[in-house]
Design a protein around this ligand. Structure first.
Ligand code: GTP
Ligand code: MG
Length: 371
């Protein structure tokens, strides 16, 4: 974005041009007085001097993005499927419950029966669609659960009736609360001899969840993923809750979504599972995700079928990325590849600058490992 030169910019923020050039050099940018300064660099430098950069007529990519997000409201908003995240302590039966709902056998195929990633699936419930996200219960995956809670409309908290309220049960309650998301409790494994539903309900009251049957307002459903009991009731509650939320999105705008997971596939290259949150994603669309930009080469559904588009609440694999983004990254469609590239470059530069400016994060262990 050609606009303000380094010299003019320095004058604007009341600093000596030489100092600004030095700061730019520290950020890895070699520019002279008369070359133009881009928005990212200008913002960073202004921030250091306690000034603020406001974009006027010359709009940089990121500013365009924000503007697009604000102006394109939800003019053609139509109902969209709820996004439901399954959470709970390790081994309490989250994947089994989802399998029972999908009537497939994913849990058996998992390495050691532990969910290593967030699976995203769409399930038809009568004439409606529901998007389910499975999360790992293992304590190492706190960040994934936090992300899951953010991407979701409803949390299903799975609690094994024989094991009761455990650390990741409590953590999931906190994530749901922090994200302001309604929560439905599925008390699972009620088929087991050691099952004690009242004990679970009692323990949950200590965390602010009081069952409706006990005069509270938390929906609690007894299920057995193994024997496939209580599933209709659970699905019923999900649909009811979704109805109350009146979930809508505009499928006509440019898509925006969240990266649920990403990996490098040997044959197909980098692949990101994106949950479309608004708009419709099409093959051929120009996108930005993290510091990457590109064009959607192919879209693959949760059932492995190729598709040409994916609307709101639909999880879809995106192929055509130049690298592997991070789970939790926002995936945004922009007007064309040039804008996409610009934004990605700005972000990459900002990150480099932040890396350079940030405090040293090297620990003694790291140092010794390198010697
Ligand atoms: P992570 O993904 O590792 O957190 O586990 P998870 O919560 O997805 O649990 P998973 O579905 O893998 O189930 C754990 C174990 O509990 C498996 O051996 C299941 O067969 C068993 N299980 C799940 N649901 C039930 C149930 O309703 N009844 C009984 N008896 N066993 C169940
Ligand atoms: Mg699992």
């Amino acid at each position: 974005s050609a606009g303000v030169s380094v010299k003019e910019f320095a004058e604007l923020i009341g600093q000596r041009p030489a100092d600004v050039v030095r700061k730019l050099m520290e950020m890895g940018q070699m520019v002279t007085f008369n070359q133009s300064i881009n928005l990212e660099a200008a913002s960073l430098i202004a921030e250091e001097y306690g000034a603020k950069v406001e974009v006027s007529t010359e709009k940089a990519g990121e500013a365009l993005l924000e503007e697009a997000a604000q102006s394109s409201g939800e003019e053609h908003a139509v109902p969209r499927p709820p996004v439901v995240t399954i959470m709970g302590h390790v081994d309490h039966g989250k994947t089994s419950l989802l399998d029972a709902i999908r009537q497939t056998k994913v849990a058996e195929g998992e390495a050691g029966g532990i969910t290593q990633h967030i699976g995203a699936y769409m399930v038809g419930v009568r004439d409606k669609q529901v998007t389910f996200l499975d999360t790992p219960g293992h304590e190492a995956f706190t960040a994934m659960r936090a992300r899951g809670a953010k991407a979701t409309d409803i949390v299903i908290l799975v609690v094994a009736a024989d094991d009761g309220v455990m650390p990741q049960t409590v953590e999931a309650i906190h994530h749901a609360k922090a994200a302001g998301v309604p929560l439905i409790v599925a008390i699972n494994k009620v088929d087991k001899p050691g099952a004690n539903v009242d004990r679970v309900k009692n323990a949950l009251t200590e965390h602010g969840l009081v069952a409706e049957s006990w005069g509270g307002d938390t929906i609690m459903v007894e299920v057995s993923a193994k024997q496939r009991t209580g599933l209709d009731n659970l699905l019923e509650m999900i649909l009811l809750q979704a109805e109350v939320l009146e979930l809508k999105a505009d499928p006509e705008r440019m898509a925006k979504g969240l990266v649920i997971e990403a990996k490098l596939d040997r044959g197909r290259g980098p692949i990101a599972t994106v949950l479309v949150q608004s708009g419709t994603l099409h093959v051929g669309d120009a996108f930005v995700v993290g510091n990457f930009s590109g064009r959607v080469r192919a879209l693959v559904t949760d059932t492995g079928k190729k598709t040409v588009e994916a609307g709101p609440s639909v999880p879809v694999e995106v192929i055509g990325l130049p690298g592997v983004p991070s789970a939790g990254d926002v995936f945004t469609i922009v007007k064309d590849e040039r804008v996409a590239r610009e934004i990605a470059q700005e972000r990459a530069m900002k990150q480099r600058a932040a890396d350079l400016a940030g405090p040293a994060k090297v620990s003694l262990d790291d140092l010794f490992a390198k010697i």
